[in-house]
Design a protein around this ligand. Sequence first.
Ligand code: SPV
Ligand code: MN
Length: 620
Amino acid sequence: MDPLLQTKLGEEDAKKLEAIKNPEVHRFISKYVKICDPESIFVSTGSEDDMNFIRSEALRLGEEKELATPGHTVHFDGYYDQARDRKNTKYLLPEGVRIGRHVNAIERDEGLREIHELMRGIMRGHRLYVLFFCLGPVDSKYRIPCIQLTDSSYVAHTENLLYRGGYKLFLEMGDSNGFFKFVHSSGELVNGVSKNLDKRRIYIDLEGKTVFSINTQYGGNTIGLKKLAMRLAIHKASKEGWLVEHMFIMGVHGPNGRVTYFTGAFPSLCGKTSTCMLTGESIIGDDIAFLWRRDGKVWSVNTEKGIFGVIEGINPRDDQVLWRTLHKPAEIIFSNVLVTEDGKVYWVGMNGDPPPRGTNYSGEWFPGKRDSEGKPIPPSHKNARFAIALKDVENVDPRLDDPMGVEVGGIIYGGRDSDTSVPVEESFNWIHGVVTKGASLESEATAAVLGDEGIREFNPMANIDFLSIPLGDYIQNYIEFGKDLKKPPLIFSVNYFLRDENGNFLTSKMDKAVWLKWMELRVHRDTGALRTPTGFIPRYEDLQRLFKEVLKREYSRKSYIKQFTLRIPQNLAKIERIEKIYKTVPNTPRLLFRVLSDQKRRLMEAKSRYGDYVSPECFV
Ligand code: SPV
Ligand code: MN
């Protein structure tokens, strides 16, 4: 063992590390201990004792505070460290390698030099945690072992909640280097939060399968196994012919006890978690899925075993499962919410007025508080979150850890779209779905009010932020992936954000429960549909029946017609925007343009027959 490591390891920890015979593990740890210079090292095997120790350290060091409900704690990130830092997240690419305009990159050697320089001595006075995890169920063919170094007990604690332990895998791994590596440091702390935000960096080294994250605490920047690992995994999967997607996995419960699994990709803050946690359905994962082919079908596992979900807006009426989950005793880490004097948690959109005072990510909080720039400070941050293990969620699906994955019956794409696509629609086939639903996904950057709808962000497969390969190749892989499948998943789009001319939402928050049941029936061809130029939409009678069954509500023909009217000018404009983008993307498959122009032709034909806005009843 490296003598330097020995000086920083206790006897127990040295033993835990020595048991791992993999040379790359030792080289990696030694290298970053030398650079970062932590005070001491704790090695976690993922045992109850080790996990309890990490949790208690998070409390002792003040990275988390205990709340009134047993098991609940809260963590605050710095005022300016509340979300993923796109600007300072960069790929380290060897000379001559290009990914494309959508990614931020820096030359590899230069990036490594810079980050190593910034990391010099960064852990002084801190304890380094060494943690072993596994993406995906440990027995799955598509699992990826991971090692995380961090000097934050909050990050270590969160990862223990969200990821499957991998220590045993490392014991048995021999000298393989087929694992991902993460180094995180919060850097110097002031009042418990990262001080040197100007030196915040998240650098992704695809070649070294390593991600560095420094001078930040927010989970999206620091929890290595989440979006950082996802970027490495997309790169790996693209070479091996499978997919890594920004998707939930859920079981939709159909007639006679049938469960049909769906995956769903939505940009952040667009209803992904609330969809997969609907009452009556079951959840496997809410954020990241591996998908592969076997026996002519598509299979999927959740890379995680917990949820790091957005908390804003969760309320007892629309999110019953989550509401109950967040109020019962269980291990939960809240972040960037408001905490009252009696240890209760408040977040925007829960119900009722905020308490008269409390503590939040800005320190002591009171209504009307403004920051130094004069901006009002809400009680909880828009991106405030909770972390919880799925085992503590009442509707967790029994197949969460199935190493064979679950068969995917349908794939759903959703985004914020105020004026173009209908609430739910099935594509004609795999390629049509990949191109017009996935690759054409757009989402409004803000919860747009009337007149503001123009601000759309192009976000293919809701995955643009995490793509570590050229977009054209990614689309091509997707097309290939669906080729010659005996039973390709059906591809659907949903839109929860459609509005009328006055800016009012045309659907209500719970309607998604009905769309899901309709999609489930379609996967088994248990119901018909209407063929429109953009895909198959539900028949009124089916929705009328489902609304009554699922939501105990009448569903009027008038609502149906409003919601499912084909908006031809908006659809044509969208195709034009998407074509324009892909014309600038190198290696875009020609097929994509063909599928889009076929769709345009169908829309033009409908327009000449029926006009700009076509009632669904024209397609009966
Ligand atoms: C998202 O933003 O898509 C998340 C949270 O799921 S983060 O970990 O920040 O990526
Ligand atoms: Mn996400």
